[in-house]
Design a protein. Structure first.
Length: 255
């Protein structure tokens, strides 16, 4: 985990943030690196200590990410680690595929990994069965089949086999999942520039503050798409992307 100084007050209204949007982005990134924006501890930092290229760590982040929606991420990953310590077998797809449904459900619910006993359990089980039946029980084989290429992986997870990988195919979760796999498992993706951020409320508001989209589109159906298009065009040919605020492999390079 990267160590940063305690957060200090940061204002979007600083005089040096008036002007070129790209320079604003550089200044914001430097502010984050210096700890002025907080975020020195990420939810995923709660992961168990394992070899970075171990299948079980890859499954930990894959299965946990499939349940990472409409909930507190810090609580999720702390719960996932508690479950791993007491029941590591639920992070092994072949073991889960052979496990009785009630046993799996009880483990996930009692450890608070599953907050929705039916839906969360089914998602976890479906992914494990898919990996067991189609990919010899390993998410690594999915990545190998896609040549560790983000574009090919997207076609598979968000397209052809979307129903076999519940929730991982969602725009927000998919992009954050592959980013987490890069940062915490040191996976080197091809076409990593294709990783993006789903334009939720925070991204839309930041796009307004950066001057990328007009304020009058906020709250309209156009806002999300305009923010996404603006972000891609804004950072085209730049040496950092929408996701380099959390640098590759946990080490940052200042711009």
């Amino acid at each position: 985990m990267m160590k940063r100084s305690p957060p200090t007050l940061f204002s979007f209204d600083r005089p040096d943030l008036i002007g070129d949007p790209l320079e604003k982005a550089r200044l914001l990134r430097r502010a984050w690196q210096q700890g002025a924006l907080g975020g020195e501890v990420m939810p995923e930092d709660a992961h168990p200590v394992l070899e970075l290229d171990s299948d079980v760590l890859w499954h930990y982040f894959t299965l946990g990410m499939a349940l990472n929606y409409q909930r507190n991420s810090y609580d999720l990953w702390r719960s996932a680690t508690r479950a791993f310590v007491s029941h590591e077998e639920v992070f092994r797809p072949t073991d889960v595929a052979d496990m009785k449904a009630d046993e799996l459900r009880n483990i996930l619910v009692s450890s608070l990994v599953s907050l929705q006993p039916k839906k969360h359990f089914q998602s976890w089980q479906r992914i494990c069965v898919t990996l067991s039946e189609r990919y010899e029980g390993s998410i690594r084989n999915v990545f190998v089949a896609c040549h560790f290429d983000i574009l090919q992986l997207s076609e598979l997870i968000q397209g052809r086999e979307r129903k076999l990988f519940p929730n991982l195919g969602g725009t927000k979760i998919f992009n954050y999942w592959v980013h987490v796999m890069e940062v915490y498992c040191q996976i080197e993706w091809k076409h990593r520039e294709a990783i993006t951020i789903a334009p939720d409320t925070h991204v839309i508001q930041s796009s307004v503050r950066l001057g990328l989209i007009p304020v009058d589109v906020v709250g309209t159906p156009l806002a999300a798409q305009m923010a996404a298009d603006a972000g891609r065009g804004f950072l085209k040919d730049q040496i950092f992307s929408l996701l380099t605020c959390i640098p590759r492999f946990g080490s940052g390079v200042g711009l």
